[in-house]
Design a protein around this ligand. Structure first.
Ligand code: SF4
Length: 295
């Protein structure tokens, strides 16, 4: 068996930056005898979450229960997904020392959404309802609507100008379909530029597997939407694909394939990728590793 690594895979710059910020915040908090928390799950990856827990960083999920001043001795990290202004206000009222690790590209989308809403546009966010990033962007644009399909896009009110904002990790195919549906309602549709380049690169690297591999393994957390999308993309190209959380999830049947493409979501750390590759090579009982050059 040969294992071809996608030319771009794993941590995107925004996630790498957020994880580094969280690790530093945990160390700073420990050095100053304070508590440390991350708002929600830093990324949808069990290894990363466990590493931060090992550094003493807890997880904050329910801000409703926060009493004013109750986090005066704590550092709270806002992850790369960002958060709504109301969330920052609540954290500030709790007295927490806030480390804002919102990815600059997500912050730009939040700013664009706020600007469009202030100018009377209906802001439509193409992405997953309930996802931290879409909730955060929607929080910056009163009245914003999240749509997950062209059908939902066709149902939004079109009696005023519409501005489209992409969840940064949505697939280009989904984004384009939603954009076309909105354009059929409002030819004057405004948009903020679509999917993040880091997401596009990971998607295009999986597309590059076409004709080169017999199967694809995508490594990433079970709840990682961008990881799931990479596996779906491979399947849409007619390549059998498995979404596994880590090396232990790789099924033995993959040993039967001659060439396996290896990809990973934007929230997957290098260690998970290396272990998955080692597991694939172990399945094939082949020493050494091969690096994709054309994928
Ligand atoms: S996918 Fe793009 S926008 Fe989202 S965190 Fe990564 S670099 Fe930032």
């Amino acid at each position: 068996m040969r294992v071809l690594r996608a030319r771009t895979l794993g941590f995107c710059p925004g996630v790498r930056r957020a994880v580094a910020s969280a690790e530093k915040a945990a160390a700073d908090a420990e050095a100053t005898s304070r508590r440390s928390y991350v708002l929600g799950e830093i990324v949808h990856n069990p290894r990363v979450s466990a590493r931060l827990a090992g550094l003493g960083m807890g997880r904050l999920d329910d801000l409703d229960a926060l009493a004013p001043g109750s986090l005066a001795d704590a550092v709270v990290v806002v992850r790369s997904h960002g958060a709504a202004p109301a969330t920052f206000e609540r954290l500030a009222a709790s007295g927490a020392d806030i480390v804002d690790a919102t990815c600059p590209k997500v912050a730009a989308n939040q700013k664009a959404a706020a600007s469009f809403a202030a100018r009377g546009f209906l802001v439509v966010i193409a992405g997953d309802k309930g996802h931290g990033e879409t909730l955060g962007v929607a929080g910056h644009a009163p009245g914003a609507i999240v749509v997950s399909s062209p059908e939902e896009a066709l149902a939004v009110p079109a009696d005023r100008p519409i501005a489209l904002i992409a969840q940064t990790t949505i697939s280009e195919v989904e984004y384009d379909a939603i954009r076309s549906a909105l354009l059929s309602r409002r030819p004057d549709l405004a948009d903020s530029g679509g999917v993040c380049a880091a997401s596009r690169e990971r998607q295009s690297a999986v597309e590059g597997f076409r004709g080169l591999v017999d199967a694809v393994v995508v490594v990433g957390g079970r709840n990682s939407a961008n990881t799931r999308r990479l596996a779906e993309l491979a399947r849409s190209l007619g390549i059998p694909a498995w979404h596994v959380e880590n090396a232990a999830g790789i099924p033995g049947e993959l040993g039967a394939y001659e060439t396996v493409g290896l990809s990973a979501g934007a929230s997957t750390p290098d260690e998970d990728i290396d272990e998955a590759e080692a597991r694939l090579l172990e399945l094939a009982r082949l020493p050494g590793r091969r690096q994709a050059t054309r994928a």
